[in-house]
Design a protein around this ligand. Structure first.
Ligand SMILES: Nc1ncnc2c1ncn2[C@@H]1O[C@H](COP(=O)(O)OP(=O)(O)O)[C@@H](O)[C@H]1O
Ligand SMILES: [Mg+2]
Length: 259
C-alpha cells in the first residue's frame, strides 16, 4: 500500500515537469480497407486549447476516441502524459484514461435521472468512495460552474439544448480531468448558446488549468477558444497555426475553413 502510494506520487511529479500531455507519432487507424488516419503527428501542451478542424468524415472523432481509449490505434505511437500507451499494463492505462474527460457530441445524459443524479453517477463509479457531504458539494460546484444551479431536481428532457450541453460538460468536469476532449461542442446550438459554450471552455481552461482538444466546425468557437489549430486532411495534419495565422494562409483550402 505504501509502495503503491509513493509510485503514484512520483508519476504525478514527472507529469508536472513534462509540458507535453498528448503526443502522436505516425499514428494510423483504418477500418477494413478504409484508411482514415494515415500519418498523424501532433503534440498537445499542458494547459493548451488545441482546436482540430477538418471536413466531415476525416477522422476527427476517431482521433479523440483513440486518446480516450474507446478505439485502439493500428500503428505509430500514442503517448499520454509522456507515457507510451503500448508499454503500459491495462491497469496503468485505465488510470491514465481516468484523467481524461470526454464531452460526447450527444452529451450522453440519462433522461430517466435527475440533474443531480446525472452528476452523482460518475462520482459513484469512482474507485475512491466519496462521502454524501463531498458529493453534495461537488454537485453544487459543478452546477455553479455551468450556471445550472436552479435545475438540480429537473430531468435533462426539461432542459434546452444549450443547457443539456452544459450539463454534459458539468458531468465530465466533476471528475476534474487534466485533459478535456470536446467533440463538436456547439453543433446544433444557436450562435448565442454556442458562444456561451466557447466561454465555458475558456473558463474551464483558466480555472482548472485543463489541457483541451476541441473539435469544431464552428469558426467562432475556433477563434474564441484556440491557442493553436490543426487542420486534418486526407489522414494527415495538413496545416497548423494560430487562428490569425491560418486565416491568412496561402493555401485557399485552409482559408476556406474561415470564410
Ligand atoms: N467504428 C467504426 N467502424 C467503421 N468505420 C468507422 C467507425 N468509426 C468511424 N468510422 C469511419 O471513419 C471515418 C471518420 O469518422 P469520424 O472520425 O467520425 O469523422 P469526423 O471527422 O466527421 O468526426 C468515417 O468514414 C467513418 O465512417
Ligand atoms: Mg465527428
Amino acid at each position: 500500500m505504501t509502495i503503491e502510494t509513493s509510485t503514484i506520487e512520483t508519476k504525478d511529479d514527472n507529469k508536472q515537469t513534462s509540458s507535453v500531455v498528448v503526443e502522436m507519432q505516425h499514428l494510423k487507424k483504418s477500418f477494413g480497407d478504409k484508411e482514415v488516419l494515415l500519418d498523424i503527428n501532433l503534440v498537445m501542451n499542458k494547459g493548451e486549447n488545441l482546436v482540430i478542424l477538418g471536413k466531415s468524415g476525416t477522422g476527427k472523432s476517431v482521433l479523440i476516441k483513440c486518446i480516450v481509449g474507446l478505439m485502439e490505434i493500428d500503428d505509430g505511437k500514442l503517448l499520454l502524459f509522456g507515457q507510451d500507451i503500448s508499454e503500459l499494463k491495462a491497469k496503468e492505462l485505465t488510470e491514465l484514461h481516468r484523467k481524461i474527460g470526454f464531452l460526447f457530441q450527444s452529451g450522453a445524459l440519462y433522461d430517466s435521472m435527475t440533474v443531480r443524479e446525472n452528476l452523482e453517477f460518475p462520482l459513484r463509479r469512482q474507485v475512491t468512495k466519496v462521502s454524501k457531504k463531498e458529493m453534495d458539494e461537488l454537485v453544487k460546484e459543478a452546477l455553479e460552474n455551468v450556471g445550472l444551479s436552479d435545475t438540480i431536481d429537473m430531468t435533462p428532457s426539461e432542459l434546452s439544448g444549450g443547457m443539456r450541453k452544459r450539463l454534459g460538460l458539468a458531468r465530465t468536469l466533476i471528475l476534474k480531468p487534466e485533459i478535456m476532449l470536446y467533440d463538436e461542442p456547439s453543433t446544433g446550438l444557436d450562435p448565442i448558446t454556442s458562444k456561451e459554450i466557447s466561454n465555458l471552455i475558456l473558463e474551464v481552461q483558466k480555472k482548472y488549468h485543463t489541457s483541451s482538444i476541441i473539435i469544431t466546425h464552428d469558426r467562432e468557437c475556433a477563434k474564441l477558444t484556440a491557442n493553436r489549430i490543426i487542420v486534418i486532411k486526407d489522414g494527415v495534419c495538413a496545416a497548423e497555426g494560430s487562428y490569425a495565422e491560418l486565416v491568412k494562409s496561402e493555401d485557399p483550402w485552409v482559408r476556406s475553413f474561415f470564410e
